[in-house]
Design a protein around this ligand. Structure first.
Ligand SMILES: *[C@@H]1O[C@H](CO)[C@@H](O)[C@H](O)[C@H]1NC(C)=O
Ligand SMILES: *[C@@H]1O[C@H](CO)[C@@H](O)[C@H](O)[C@H]1NC(C)=O
Length: 523
């Protein structure tokens, strides 16, 4: 008996102490949707028994947990907020919000990276000679600077991309994505492209790759030299070339599932983990909300523009117009809104805080009117709900176009006519709802039919990187082939030279012949 007890004790101890890795998670973007991703990634890692050091701007709002060490970078919040005013509805409606200039976006996020690497808490962590990690996971936000953590801690690192597969980030783990059928997230095209469409995509990538290899490269390299290199020297660690670091990611996690958009060729180091932020078990709805949804005989339409954009910034005409459109429907409407509105029709309910996953999971939910942020869209697909998309910024246009192309969504533009356009599209979708719903369910089934749940895949691949010391076998060989060779520019040069050579020879022969014949004639 004693022996068995001892044996069991040993089994338990070995189970508890075996596979826990030390992981650094860097998710410093101070926006709620990014925090949802970071928090849920940490949650999955903890559930698998790992110990996580979590760089987050929301540290002051978090409770201490066992196995989590918070590194507070909340000092970047004011800078972020100052720019977030760009996301004001009125400015977007007026077209004055500068959300499409890649240079502006790059400058903004590389400044944030500079602040994070210069943050005293982050620097203390980097300087601590006892600090060791098995692997690092960093959020990719339009700069490559967080790859430099891997030089400090001398361990493999993994990129995490918050948007669907995209040439800018894919460029870090493979060759360029073919612009003939992969759209830049701001171009937001869905293949097949027109001739001009393909030219635009090609030009976008050429311009972007030029920026990445030259302009932006020097800005980032300077930040690396300023913030990280002195620490490497202080600790007596080797100082790798910045280019070596940024192309040395072991994996790229995409917050994406192929069923949601277009399938495009991917390198083996790219892994879909989209949907990992969704709870496997739906949390019960609050009593009042549950009652509204349970009693909605004609079904529920849920309207939410996400957390970045506050619907209270909507112009009054638009608010009243929307209220009128919703009031004219036989369905119950749940409107996520941060203030209470007067004159609410009986079928319209304003919710200031909405447990979105619970609402989308309810059997009476019929339609989701959304800004088409990727988290919302993934949740819609997860629960098989058709969508009306009103994209506002960033990747939302591309998400919306892909969803429409798949047949479970319609798209309208945000404008002063939104209420009128919404009425038109509701009149189109609602009578035909079974068709949209069937399509949504079909895509949902494909999304769910996978060997591993997204959270399991996340842990499997993180552990795989540690077990295989950086997973070098997954890395695309394209990284070792210079761009001019991939594009066969050298062959082009040889062919051009040959053509010019032949032309010269032919001309020479021709001129010799003609001069001979004129000589003969003269004679
Ligand atoms: C969490 O732990 C840190 C350091 O151990 C401490 O300074 C901080 O007050 C704790 N926070 C809470 C909310 O308990
Ligand atoms: C690149 O990654 C591999 C595998 O993780 C590692 O052995 C190597 O030291 C890294 N190179 C640099 C420059 O960090």
């Amino acid at each position: 008996m004693e022996k068995i007890k001892w044996f069991l004790f040993c089994v338990v101890v070995s189970l508890c102490s075996c596979d826990g890795y030390k992981i650094l998670a860097v998710f410093p973007t101070p926006s709620p949707s990014h925090a949802i991703l970071g928090d849920n990634m940490v949650k999955h890692l903890l559930n698998a028994g790992h110990e996580v050091t979590y760089v987050t701007p929301f540290a002051p709002k978090k409770k201490n947990q066992t196995n989590v060490h918070l590194v507070d970078v909340s000092d970047i919040q004011p800078f972020f907020d100052s720019a977030e005013e760009m996301l004001d509805f009125k400015q977007i409606l007026a077209g004055s919000a500068d959300l499409h200039d890649f240079k502006v976006i790059f400058e903004f996020f590389s400044t944030i990276a500079d602040m994070v690497l210069g943050n005293p808490n982050v620097r203390d962590m980097m300087r601590d000679p006892k600090q060791k990690f098995d692997v690092i996971i960093v959020e990719y936000m339009f700069h490559d600077l967080f790859s430099t953590f891997s030089a400090v801690f001398q361990c493999p690192y993994i990129w995490f991309s918050t948007i669907g597969p995209h040439w800018i980030v894919m460029n870090l783990v493979s060759g360029p994505m073919n612009p003939a059928y992969t759209s830049d997230y701001l171009q937001a095209q869905v293949p097949p492209f027109t001739f001009m469409g393909r030219v635009r995509e090609l030009w976008t990538q050429i311009k972007g790759l030029y920026n990445n290899k030259f302009d932006f490269y020097y800005v980032e390299e300077a930040i690396y030299q300023k913030q990280v290199v002195p620490i490497l020297k202080e600790l007596g660690k080797p100082v790798p070339d910045y280019n070596e670091l940024k192309y040395n990611g072991s994996l790229l996690f995409g917050n994406w599932q192929v069923a949601i958009g277009n399938a495009v060729p991917m390198p083996p180091s790219y892994k879909d983990i989209g949907g990992f932020h969704i709870n496997e078990e739906v949390k019960p709805l609050p009593e009042d909300l549950k009652k509204i949804m349970d009693n909605a005989k004609n079904g529920v339409i849920y309207f939410s523009m996400g957390s970045n954009l506050k619907s209270k910034d909507l112009p009054d005409d638009l608010k009243n117009g929307l209220m009128e459109v919703f009031g004219g429907l036989k369905q119950t409407v749940l409107w996520k809104f941060e203030e209470n509105l007067p004159n609410q029709p009986k079928n319209v309910h304003i919710v200031q805080w909405a447990p979105q996953q619970g609402i989308l999971a309810h059997q009476n939910l019929k339609l989701f009117v959304t800004h088409c942020g990727l988290l919302s869209l993934t949740e819609a697909v997860h629960y098989g709900v058709p969508v009306i998309a009103i994209p506002v910024f960033a990747d939302q246009f591309r998400n919306a176009n892909q969803a429409r192309n798949k047949g479970y969504a319609e798209r309208i533009d945000l404008s002063y006519n939104l209420h009128k356009d919404l009425k038109v599209v509701l009149d189109k979708v609602l009578p035909d709802l079974p068709r949209y719903t069937a399509k949504a369910k079909e895509i949902s089934a494909a999304y769910h039919d996978s060997p591993m749940k997204p959270g399991e895949a996340l842990n499997f691949w993180v552990e795989h990187v540690v077990r295989t010391r950086g997973a070098p076998h997954l890395r695309s060989v394209a990284l070792q082939v210079p761009l001019y060779q991939q594009a066969y520019l050298d062959l082009l040069a040889v062919l051009l030279a040959a053509a010019v050579g032949i032309l010269l020879v032919v001309r020479r022969i021709f001129s010799l012949l003609t001069s001979k014949s004129t000589k003969l004639k003269k004679n």
